[in-house]
Design a protein around this ligand. Sequence first.
Ligand SMILES: C[S@@+](CC[C@H](N)C(=O)[O-])C[C@H]1O[C@@H](n2cnc3c(N)ncnc32)[C@H](O)[C@@H]1O
Length: 413
Amino acid sequence: MTEPRTPFRMAGFAAQAMRLYGEANALASQGLAEEAEAAYRRTLAVNPRFAEAHNNLGNVLRALGRAAEAAAEYREALACGLDHPLVHYNLASALKELGEGQGAERSFRRALAMQPDYAEAFNNFANLLREQDRLVDSATAYRRALALRPDWDEAHDNLSGALYLLHEDGRTAEAERFARLWLRDHPDHPVARHIGTAIAGLSTESRASDDYVRQVFDHFAGEFDRKLAELGYRAPALLAEAVAAEAPPPAAALSVLDAGCGTGLCAPFLRAYARTLVGVDLSSGMLEHARARNLYDSLAEAELGAFLAAHPGGFDLIVAADVLCYFGALDAVLALGAAALRPGGRLAFTVERLDPATEPYRVSPHGRYAHAEDYVRATLAAAGLTITRLDRATLRFESGDPVEGLVVTAARA
Ligand SMILES: C[S@@+](CC[C@H](N)C(=O)[O-])C[C@H]1O[C@@H](n2cnc3c(N)ncnc32)[C@H](O)[C@@H]1O
């Protein structure tokens, strides 16, 4: 027979539940989700109506990829009286993960009605709307998030993604209107400056700014290899073919620069040519992944033009895969590339091909530049480089469509 719960015993239970709850929170904050789950369950065995414990158990279950169980715990937290915007937000996020759009929307709206300055809720609600192709509503919600947290890089990235989709959808006037508002409100943010001006047709930059490149690639670094594989990214393989056809056979004898090396996708083929293999990139996040390959002799965090200027005559082979698409004007960087080559040295790179070639280069709503073939040819000649090979090829796919590019090798006389 169970003993009746006297006030004295109740106080004992409450203290025990609090102690277990404290332990569970400590485990959760150390990232020990499975241990934390067990500790929250011990807490709830002592006090099944402990609303905060249900909410926090929901969080660890989501971290463990168990969104349905997490949603049940958030609902339990609400049923136990924790009618708090955070719990509605958590429930909304779990339902979004489960693909339960209507329920997620209801919960986001509830959280925002209770707390109208909840930037995370606006941002994640906007993500839901974007997934549902409600792009104007999504852009509006991102703007609300940014009005609350103007320096929030993730929300700027997200807004740029929504406006890109709006533009791709043919709704260019709406995309431009939002881009102008974005620029008006955040004129100094690097993503607004680069993508906002590109979408609004106001770009005057001759290349993507260092801050923009760093922000985009630091953010993207962890997913880069997987995402690019999904897009059928082929620039490193195409350059491997082009270099094999043009350069001396690989004999580990050359001084090689991987210009804009990123996570190091070119390193496996470059290593065979290299006595020394150097990588340079602006993004420390990308360089961290390149370092983990253990294929480079050195890696430098620097702007490509500045790095080339500091290494005149330093390399036999310079390779830039999918990097010059972050430059509009190519004259300065190609001249610096030529000067960084030893006599007889080779430069190999890809660019996206501008077609129709109505101007030398143009920045697209996704922030990359495309170049006219004639402009590439003329700029190489002006830099004192002789084209040894120039092929047209598909560099990758975007929204299922091929991205056509040029694969170029050139030599210094
Ligand atoms: C699309 S990734 C390509 C990375 C690598 N080459 C590959 O093929 O996987 C472009 C890389 O160029 C770098 N980048 C862009 N502009 C740069 C600049 N001005 N100076 C140095 N790195 C730059 C970016 O940080 C990014 O890592």
